[in-house]
Ligand binder design. Structure first.
Ligand SMILES: Nc1nc2c(ncn2[C@@H]2O[C@H](COP(=O)(O)OP(=O)(O)OP(=O)(O)O)[C@@H](O)[C@H]2O)c(=O)[nH]1
Ligand SMILES: [Mg+2]
Length: 304
């Protein structure tokens, strides 16, 4: 590659909850940097996933889904999504074609379009059929017409983050639209997400997958301490819930649920460290943690 031809930039990935933003980033990068679950509001941080190619570095910024719920955590998640647009070179706007466009779509487009940042719409989950495909195209066309936004809304593409359909095409189009520039991160990094939050998130993902639909939103995971020894890593973890009854559910009969969470999580963390991992997990009741800024901060929701 000739010197001066290297391309790089930041790509914010936005969309409402559960459309597949994190899955898309993991598929683009070819590695799991962001956790995934069928429950909306899985992503709570602004996580960067880095794609290193021979002649380009693309930094994807994963964001919490934009939604219209209300409490301190929820409004904080919307703020993260908003802030992630600042200074990005491109936006990937992800929609789920298996679901009807919702009112959040307007909110999202309002957020994106005044900034004049080039935007690519990914019509995700096309493997599930194209029931609402045309509704999203109509929305896109209407926005281009209404606000004369031809310059921002540059491209749309049907894709499947799960099967990989059109992911290479999307990559190509991203690179075409990125500016010339240097690598911003180490050429072998996959993410800038601090390890303790990454581990906490892996544990949270297993809890999301294991527990009833409502409970995951009531819990938070904190990695209190990591002791990295020569051959082993010891990790002390606190799972916070809001009520005693929730604590009982998370622990399970004779500790069965907690044991399962540990055994699902351990292999993933061992892969990161390449060492044996000991998890020391505690479940604690911390009422109203979602409303207390100091606690949210300790949990990393303001780490960036
Ligand atoms: N069939 C199908 N399912 C998908 C696809 N992409 C993602 N999913 C599923 O959709 C669900 C949500 O995926 P996530 O990647 O966690 O979605 P998200 O947009 O990051 O969600 P939040 O972080 O909650 O905003 C998971 O169950 C994924 O397996 C796809 O292309 N096809
Ligand atoms: Mg996500």
């Amino acid at each position: 590659m000739k010197k001066g031809k290297f391309k790089s930039g930041f790509v914010a990935v936005l969309g409402r909850p559960n459309v597949g933003k994190s899955t898309l980033i993991n598929t683009l990068i070819g590695s799991k940097v962001s956790i995934i679950s069928p429950i909306p509001q899985t992503t709570r941080h602004q996580i960067k996933g880095i794609l290193n190619l021979k002649d380009a570095q693309v930094v994807f910024v994963d964001t919490p889904g934009v939604h219209s719920f209300s409490d301190k955590l929820a409004s904080h998640l919307n703020t993260i999504a908003k802030e992630s647009i600042e200074g990005t070179d491109l936006i990937i706007y992800v929609v789920d074609v298996s679901r009807r466009p919702a009112q959040e779509e307007e909110k999202l487009l309002e957020l994106i379009t005044p900034k004049g940042i080039k935007t690519i719409m990914v019509l995700n989950k096309i493997d599930l059929g194209d029931k609402y495909f045309n509704d999203y195209i109509d929305l896109w066309q209407r926005k281009i017409k209404d606000k004369n936004l031809k310059d921002s809304l540059i491209y749309y593409i049907p894709a499947s983050s799960l099967s990989g359909k059109n992911i290479d095409k999307l990559k190509k189009s991203l690179i075409e639209n990125l500016p010339l520039g240097p690598a911003y991160y180490d050429r072998d990094s996959l993410t800038d997400f601090p390890i303790k939050f990454r581990i906490a998130d892996i544990i949270r993902e297993k809890l999301f997958l294991k527990l009833e639909k409502e409970l995951p939103h009531s819990l938070a995971v904190e990695v209190e301490k990591i002791t990295d020894k020569k051959k082993t890593v010891y990790i002390k973890v606190n799972i916070y819930v809001k009520r005693n009854s929730q604590k009982r559910i998370v622990i399970g009969k004779k500790g069965i649920i907690l044991k399962e969470i540990g055994s699902f999580t351990r292999p993933e963390i061992e892969k990161i460290y390449n060492k044996k991992v000991f998890l020391d997990i505690w479940v604690k009741v911390l009422a109203e943690w979602q409303r207390r800024p100091r606690i949210l901060k300790e949990l990393g929701y303001w780490w960036a």
